[in-house]
Design a protein around this ligand. Structure first.
Ligand SMILES: NC(=O)c1ccc[n+]([C@@H]2O[C@H](COP(=O)([O-])OP(=O)(O)OC[C@H]3O[C@@H](n4cnc5c(N)ncnc54)[C@H](O)[C@@H]3O)[C@@H](O)[C@H]2O)c1
Length: 477
C-alpha cells in the first residue's frame, strides 16, 4: 500500500448510519465545520430518519449535535457510490453481527457487510483514499480489506487504518466529546497523522493513541471482553450473596474502593445486553480456537455462560417466588431497552426474561419510555425463531395473546401480580409507588433486575421485593 496523502481539503464519507456511524460522524462534523462529512446507508428509512426531527438513534444530546451540523457540513443519503468518489477518508461503520450460519456459526463475526463495503470502495475509487475500519472486527481483518482494495479497477491506491469506537450507548455524545482515548492503528505514518489531525481538533494529542493495525483491532475486542467480564464477575458473586445473606451492592462498594479494582462496572444486574459484548466475546473465543488456544477460548466463553445463567436465574426466581406458577398472571415489565438512555434493544436481557415468562404462559404488559411497540414485538418474535429463522404459529399466537405494550409504567402495573424492573430508567425511581401498590394484586411482588428501587421503603408500603444479590424484603401490609 502506498501513502500518497492528498493535500486537498479533507472530505469524509462514512458507510453505515447506525448507532456508531451516525453519532460519531455528527460529532466530527460539529467539531470540524470545514470538513464535509457525508454519511451513507443502504437503508432508506434510516436515512430519512437522520434527515428528520425523529432520529433513528436515541441518545441524550444527539439531536442538538446533529441539528448544529446537518445542512452545513453534515449530510445523510443513500448515495454510497457518490460519497465514496468524493471522499478522501472513508470510514466503514457497518454492522458485524455474529454469524448465524455455516462455519463459525454462533461465534465468528459475519464479515459479509465489511467485504461488500471494501468491494464497493475498490469499484468506485480513483486517486488515493484512506479507508478506516470503525466497525469492531476480528484481528487481521485489515489484511483482507487491503487485498480486496488492491483489486481496484481504476488504479486507485489506499491506506487502511483501524480506528475502533469505544462509545457506550446512552452516553455516546459525552463519550465522543471527551473520550478516555482515541485509538488509531495503521502502517502508514502519513495516513495515521491525517486521521490524528481530524480528532486533534477537539481531543488532546496525548489522548490519541497510535499503534500497529493488529493491536488496534485486538484492543477493541479485549476492552469489551474485560468490561463484560466485570459484569459477569459481580453477577456470579450476586448468586452467592443471595445464598448467604451478603448484599452484593455492599460487596461491590467494599471491593470497588480498592484502587486496584476501581468502582466502575460493578453493578449487579439481570445480565448485560447490547449488540456488542456477547458478539465480541464470542468473536474473541472463535479467534482463540482458530489459533488452537482452547484454554483461552474457554476462559472467555465463561463470561457469556455466566451472563446466560444470570438471566435464567432471574426468570426462574420469578416463577419460584410466585408459588411456582405465573400462568395467566399479569406481570408488568418495566423497561425493554438493554440499558437506560437508549432505544437499542439488541440482545436486551428483557427479551430473554419475557421469552421465559411467556413460555410459562404469563401475561406481560410491557412499558419502555423509548422503545416502540413494533420493536418490542419484533424482538420477541426474533427470540422464538428456530434454526431456520422461522417463528411457529404457536409462538406468534402466544405473543399476540399474551403481550400488551402500554404507554406508561402505571398502566403496566394496573391489576398486575408482579412487576419486573428490567431497565434502569431513572423515571422508575420517581414513580408514585403507593399508587402502583394500590392497583396491584396481593402479594404485590416486585422483582428488581437492576437494583434501582428502594427495597426497604417499598416493603414498608407492602411490596414483596426481590432484588439481585440482596436479601428479599417481605411486605408489611
Ligand atoms: N453500538 C455500539 O454501541 C457500538 C460501539 C462500538 C462499536 N460498535 C461496532 O460498530 C459497528 C456498527 O455498529 P452499529 O451499532 O452502529 O450497527 P447498526 O446496525 O446500528 O448500523 C449499521 C448500519 O450499516 C448499514 N449497512 C450495512 N451494510 C451496508 C453497506 N454495504 N452499505 C451501506 N450501509 C450498510 C446498515 O443498514 C445499518 O444501518 C459494529 O461493528 C459494532 O460492533 C458498536
Amino acid at each position: 500500500m502506498t501513502s500518497k496523502i492528498a493535500s486537498t481539503p479533507t472530505r469524509i464519507c462514512c458507510i453505515g448510519a447506525g448507532y456508531v456511524g451516525g453519532p460519531t460522524m455528527a460529532m466530527i462534523a460539529k467539531q470540524c465545520p470545514d470538513i464535509l462529512v457525508h454519511v451513507v446507508d443502504l437503508n432508506q428509512s434510516r436515512i430519512d430518519q437522520w434527515n428528520s426531527s425523529e432520529l433513528p438513534v436515541y441518545e441524550p444530546g444527539l439531536q442538538e449535535v446533529v441539528e448544529e451540523a446537518r445542512g452545513r457540513n453534515l449530510t445523510f443519503s443513500t448515495d454510497v457510490e457518490g460519497a465514496i468518489r468524493d471522499a478522501n477518508i472513508i470510514f466503514i461503520a457497518v454492522n458485524t453481527p455474529t454469524k448465524a450460519f455455516g462455519i463459525g456459526a454462533g461465534r465468528a463475526a459475519n464479515l459479509e457487510f465489511i467485504e461488500k463495503c471494501a468491494r464497493k470502495i475498490a469499484e468506485c475509487s480513483t486517486g488515493h483514499k484512506v479507508v478506516v475500519e470503525k466497525s469492531t472486527l476480528p484481528v487481521r481483518t485489515a489484511e483482507a480489506v487491503k487485498r480486496i482494495l488492491k483489486s481496484a479497477a481504476n488504479g486507485a491506491t489506499f491506506d487502511v487504518l483501524s480506528n475502533p469506537e469505544f462509545l457506550a450507548e446512552g452516553t455516546a455524545v459525552q463519550d465522543l466529546l471527551q473520550p478516555d482515548r482515541v485509538l488509531i492503528g495503521g502502517e502508514s505514518a502519513a495516513a495515521v497523522e491525517q486521521l490524528v489531525a481530524v480528532y486533534g481538533r477537539w481531543i488532546p494529542r496525548d489522548k490519541i493513541l497510535t499503534t500497529n493495525l493488529w493491536s488496534s483491532e485486538l484492543s477493541k475486542l479485549t476492552a469489551n471482553a474485560f468490561l463484560a467480564q466485570r459484569v459477569s464477575s459481580i453477577n456470579a458473586i450476586s448468586a452467592l450473596c443471595e445464598a448467604t445473606g451478603a448484599d452484593v451492592d455492599e460487596v461491590a462498594k467494599a471491593i470497588g474502593t480498592d484502587s486496584r479494582i476501581g468502582p466502575k462496572f460493578l453493578k449487579a444486574s439481570v445480565g448485560f445486553g447490547g449488540s456488542c459484548f456477547q458478539k465480541d466475546i464470542l468473536n474473541l473465543v472463535y479467534l482463540c480456537e482458530h489459533f488452537g488456544l482452547n484454554e483461552v477460548a474457554k476462559y472467555w466463553e465463561q463470561v457469556v455462560v455466566m451472563n446466560d445463567y444470570q438471566k435464567k436465574r432471574f426468570s426462574a426466581r420469578i416463577v419460584r417466588t410466585m408459588f411456582h406458577t405465573v400462568s395467566d398472571k399479569k406481570i408488568a415489565i418495566w423497561g425493554f431497552a438493554f440499558k437506560k438512555d437508549t432505544n437499542d434493544t439488541r440482545e436486551s436481557a428483557a427479551i430473554h426474561i419475557c421469552r421465559d415468562l411467556l413460555e410459562e404462559r404469563a401475561r406481560l404488559t410491557i412499558y419502555d419510555p423509548r422503545v416502540p411497540e413494533s420493536q418490542v414485538r419484533s424482538e420477541l418474535e426474533g427470540i422464538f425463531k428456530d434454526a431456520l429463522g422461522v417463528v411457529s404459529e404457536r409462538h406468534k399466537q402466544l405473543i399476540r395473546d399474551h403481550v400488551t405494550v402500554v404507554p406508561d409504567a402505571y398502566s403496566a402495573a394496573e391489576n398486575a401480580h408482579a412487576i419486573a424492573v428490567l431497565t434502569e430508567w431513572d423515571e422508575f425511581k420517581k414513580l408514585d409507588m403507593e399508587r402502583v401498590f394500590q392497583g396491584m394484586h396481593r402479594p404485590a411482588f416486585l422483582f428488581d433486575g437492576r437494583n434501582i428501587m428502594d427495597a426497604c421503603r417499598l416493603s414498608e408500603m407492602g411490596f414483596e421485593v426481590h432484588s439481585i444479590g440482596r436479601p428479599s424484603y417481605h411486605g408489611n401490609a
